[in-house]
Unconditional design. Structure first.
Length: 252
């Protein structure tokens, strides 16, 4: 069942979203050659806890950290740890925070030092595919209109969209209905209604869209070993343009 949020719930989700975005930014700002992915995790966790929130991912189905940190060919669900980042790495940071009972969920791909032109283009196309998708994220459209726009933009730029993992509703649960695929025909799935909150999260591969899960049971990698990029925000559906919930808090 898709839950429509009340004005009060939306306010709490905006607060959770800002905390989540602050954690993403804090971890992302540290991405540089030599830092470990565990240090990025600690930075994000400190921000979340500092706001009186809790990391949504920590212990979620047994996940061992506050962020997913996925590097290069890793698509999602990488474990932070002792891995030292190297010049040229593509570093995906996915983070969630729960505040006053509501979750924010967002992700971004950060370049480590100098990266190749192709890797930079992959990051930019992934980010822009999110914005192309959410042009259709408004009351009256259907859920699959978003993914259709994402896929069309990504494939027009010569990359591919991961199909095995999708965006999702977000609210008092980290993952709620509906599923929000990043591919497929338009005009399918539930109709969008003002007050729905969803996480739109294109995962874009440099090569083929096929992915597989490593033996740790979590980390998803590209089958062809090529690069992958991820960008995500939690958004609020309205009668007009959607409102991005995972934005940095206003500087006071
Ligand atoms: Mg998500």
């Amino acid at each position: 069942m898709i839950r429509i949020k009340s004005a009060h719930e939306i306010k709490l989700m905006q607060e959770a979203g800002q905390i989540t975005a602050a954690a993403r930014a804090a971890a992302g700002a540290l991405v540089a050659p030599g830092i470990t992915t565990r240090e990025l995790d600690e930075a994000a966790r400190k921000v979340i806890v500092g706001y009186g929130a809790t990391p949504s991912f920590l212990n979620y189905n047994g996940f061992p950290a506050s962020i997913c940190c996925s590097v290069n060919n890793e698509v999602i669900h990488g474990f932070p740890g002792g891995r030292k980042l190297k010049e040229g790495d593509l570093v995906k940071i996915d983070v969630g925070a729960k505040y006053m009972g509501y979750h924010g969920d967002c992700a971004e791909t950060f370049p480590c030092g100098k990266i190749s032109d192709e890797a930079r283009r992959l990051i930019e196309v992934t980010r822009q595919s999110f914005y192309e998708g959410i042009k259709l994220a408004r009351e009256g459209q259907r859920v699959s209109d978003i993914g259709h726009a994402v896929q069309a933009y990504v494939e027009a730029n010569g990359f591919s969209v991961v199909r095995d993992y999708v965006g999702h509703g977000v609210g008092s649960e980290l993952h709620e209905a509906p599923e929000v695929p990043n591919y497929g025909n338009p005009g399918r799935g539930p109709r969008l209604i003002a007050g729905m909150t969803i996480a739109v999260e294109p995962m874009v591969n440099q090569g083929g869209y096929q992915v597989k899960t490593l033996s740790n049971g979590w980390t998803v990698v590209t089958v062809d070993g090529k690069l992958s990029s991820h960008y995500e925000n939690s958004i609020l559906i309205t009668k007009g343009d959607p409102i991005i919930l995972t934005v940095l808090p206003d500087k006071k």
